[in-house]
Design a protein around this ligand. Sequence first.
Ligand SMILES: C[S@@+](CC[C@H](N)C(=O)[O-])C[C@H]1O[C@@H](n2cnc3c(N)ncnc32)[C@H](O)[C@@H]1O
Ligand SMILES: CC(C)=CCC/C(C)=C/COP(=O)(O)OP(=O)(O)O
Ligand SMILES: [Mg+2]
Length: 295
Amino acid sequence: MTSTELTAPASELPLFVPNPATPYQGDIARYWDGEARPVNLRLGDVDGLYHHHYGIGAVDHSALGDGDGAESEQKLIAELHRLESAQAELLLRNLGDIGRGDTLMDAGCGRGGSMVMAHQRFGCTVEGVTLSAKQADFANQRAAELGIQDHVRARVCNMLDTPFETGQAAASWNNESSMYVDLHDLFAEHSRVLAVGGRYVTITGCWNPRYGQPSKWVSQINAHFECNIHSRREYLRAMADNRLVPQTVIDLTPETLPYWELRATSSLVTGIEDAFINSYRDGSFQYVLIAADRV
Ligand SMILES: C[S@@+](CC[C@H](N)C(=O)[O-])C[C@H]1O[C@@H](n2cnc3c(N)ncnc32)[C@H](O)[C@@H]1O
Ligand SMILES: CC(C)=CCC/C(C)=C/COP(=O)(O)OP(=O)(O)O
Ligand SMILES: [Mg+2]
């Protein structure tokens, strides 16, 4: 990548899709290029923020309908979407004080919902990377529709080997995207891109070392998404090895269960709901936020 590419607006970014670094990354690029699940598109259609992560917080039962017609279904979709956006809000709150002149990196940005929210909150520049050209195009088109393409852009790029300058980012994050990569390689790259004193945040599902090994539910989730869920212990160890010092660790498992229990009642179920519910309930799997300082 040249420095021109780093500063060009998204509309001028070359239509250059690098070869995947590994065959696995090629599989993941194809997976997300082909993804069009109604549970993601219909939720995103609610307000134009397209997420590929899950929700947190209590369900507002007064916002739900009492039948099973189209109106009730739309209310349920809006409520699931509100909980997913609440999850991204929590992540952004943990980035700390971000100025308008700062640059943030979204590692594994999906369709860009969190990037748009970050720009709307801080007024800053947000650079996202995804393996999927379809997702990058989608995110850049949404940014253009919102008139924020000079501040929010996605590119097709491996998060383990980004074109960003050393120390360029005031903060960076992985929102449910760290289960596709080796954590030591991932945190080495965040540590390089982050300024000293910068903040790293992840929200992720991880298996619980207290359970012993990944449960059958965790294995089912891995197979469903072609990912490799890490343990909580691996996160903390790989951060410590890469100058990322946890400042906040929150177990969001109780906060995410209401989302899953509501989703399981919807017409948009994908078949993975029971694996999440069972593994959160039996303690083998946890939904966590970790915010760390780059020291
Ligand atoms: C579950 S989605 C999460 C998307 C987004 N963070 C969100 O919250 O909506 C996982 C994302 O990780 C990306 N991803 C996986 N491995 C990657 C890699 N090595 N480099 C860049 N992106 C990667 C995928 O392309 C996809 O966009
Ligand atoms: C917490 C864990 C283990 C997450 C794995 C990564 C993942 C696929 C997240 C959600 O994506 P999505 O929004 O596309 O999934 P779905 O279609 O199920 O809503
Ligand atoms: Mg989803």
